[in-house]
Write a protein that binds this ligand. Structure first.
Ligand SMILES: [Zn+2]
Length: 189
C-alpha cells in the first residue's frame, strides 16, 4: 500500500492527500485540510504518517579542486586546449549540467616542456584531467594516470592504438604523439 505512494511523481500544486490522512512534511503544504506538493518529486510517507515530496532529480556532481573529470577536446588554441566536460570520474552516470567547458593551459599538460599543444592532444580526443581551478575551470593532465585515454587518427579517424610512447593507426600506419594517460585504451574512465 505504502509502496504505491512512493512511486508517485508529483509536480507543484498536485494534491497528495488530506490532513486527516497525513501530516505535511518536506515539500508539502496544507491548505484547508488538503495537502499539496510544493516541488517536483516522489511522494513518500513515513511511519508517523508524515507525507513528503522528495526531489526526484539527483543533484549534479560538484566540480571542485581535485575532482577528476573526463572530457572531449573541442579545440586547440596556441596556449590552451578547450575541453567539453562529459562526466566526473566515479559518477559517470550523472551528467554534468553546467558549466561544461574547461581549459587545459599549455603549462598544465605535463611536467616536461610542451612545444606545441598539437603534439599532446588532438581534437575529439577523450581526456582525463584533474580540476586545478574550479572557478575558472582549469584542468591539469600532469599526473601519470591523466591525459588522453582515447584518440583518433588525424587522417582516417580510426582509433589509435598505443605502442610504447606513441599512438599508431593500424589502418593507415600514421604515428601520432599525445600526452597519454597510463589508462590509455583500457576503456576505464
Ligand atoms: Zn589512420
Amino acid at each position: 500500500m505504502e509502496k504505491n505512494k512512493n512511486e508517485t511523481i508529483v509536480i507543484p500544486g498536485d494534491f497528495v492527500g488530506t490532513s486527516e490522512e497525513f501530516t505535511a512534511g518536506n515539500g508539502v503544504c496544507a491548505e484547508e485540510g488538503n495537502l499539496f506538493a510544493l516541488q517536483i518529486g516522489e511522494v513518500s510517507v513515513n511511519e508517523q504518517r508524515e507525507i513528503s515530496v522528495l526531489p526526484a532529480v539527483e543533484t549534479p556532481p560538484v566540480i571542485k579542486e581535485g575532482t577528476v573529470v573526463v572530457g572531449r577536446v573541442e579545440d586547440l588554441k596556441e596556449m590552451v586546449a578547450v575541453v567539453s566536460l562529459a562526466c566526473v570520474v566515479g559518477k559517470e552516470q550523472r551528467e554534468i549540467v553546467a558549466p561544461t567547458q574547461a581549459v587545459i593551459h599549455i603549462s598544465n599538460v605535463k611536467t616536461g616542456y610542451v612545444n606545441e599543444l598539437q603534439q599532446e592532444f588532438g581534437v575529439l580526443d577523450l581526456v582525463k584531467a584533474k580540476v586545478i581551478d574550479a572557478k575558472a575551470l582549469r584542468l591539469s593532465t600532469e599526473e601519470r594516470d591523466l591525459g588522453v585515454i582515447k584518440a583518433m587518427c588525424g587522417k582516417c579517424k580510426s582509433e589509435l592504438k598505443r605502442k610504447g610512447n606513441v599512438l599508431v593507426c593500424e589502418r593507415c600506419r600514421r604515428e601520432e604523439t599525445r600526452k597519454i594517460s597510463y589508462d590509455y585504451g583500457k576503456g576505464v574512465v
